[in-house]
Design a protein around this ligand. Sequence first.
Ligand code: COA
Length: 256
Amino acid sequence: MCVSIKTYVQGGVATIEIARPEKKNALTMAMYTAMAEAIRAAEADPAVRALLITGQPGVFTSGNDLEDFMQRPPTGPEAPVFQFMQALTHCTKPVVAAVTGAAVGIGTTMLLHCDLVYVADEARLAMPFVSLGLVPEYGISLLLPRLAGHVKAAEKLMLGEPFGAAEAVEMGIANAVLPASEVLNHARRMAERFTQLPPTAVRETKRLLRAGTRTALDATILAEIDLFARQLRSPEAREAFQAFFEKRKPDFSTFA
Ligand code: COA
């Protein structure tokens, strides 16, 4: 059991709550494993009609735990982060996200694998992979340009430009912006709507909606993981991570 991931099933909805507020909900390997297990359990439980992923007030998740990345970098498909990615992207039941606050890195990329996404008005989203010496992950290099166009994707992925809830809606990443105090209840109500619908029709519709990108998406996720794992071991990433923990600006001026 992982104390930083709370899971419970209520009224046909399986909730996965990321709960490590003292580290801004940064995701450790144990947390990825717990989330992957929770998704698989929800998938196998016929009483579950929808999943709801949420964070804490003010933070959805600050992405991968950077200390974990430095100490125990994921090397390939058996890594917990990859297990989580696979479980979510292949989940056949509807997944609703309540983005309760900051969503960084995989905190943002995982949203493109959810079916309905509601964002708190105060939330800031960012995919700062490049500034960490890394490359995009979780299929975002395929999905974001398709959704928002190349130049928008370049701004968010090459420059790592943060954005707000309204822009997330504009880009097609989220359905709606809600006051922070209402986002979780709203997302839950939307998840509960699936409990009133015929489950096979819902699942087949989800499959059809994803079918056009399925093969390319699976291949992109794998290709990104290879590059990501290589970059994680790079001097660029080492400098970026050290700078984060030393609370200073990274210095890439000497890199070729
Ligand atoms: N990994 C590990 N620790 C993290 C973390 C992460 N991804 N995000 C935050 N933390 C830790 C901080 O080190 C700090 O720990 P400390 O109290 O022991 O010093 C604590 O969480 C609070 O974070 P802080 O940065 O002070 O909060 P903030 O409200 O000023 O900023 C964020 C919140 C999310 C904007 C900021 O923490 C951030 O940018 N985090 C890194 C995000 C990131 O790069 N993720 C990886 C993407 S691949």
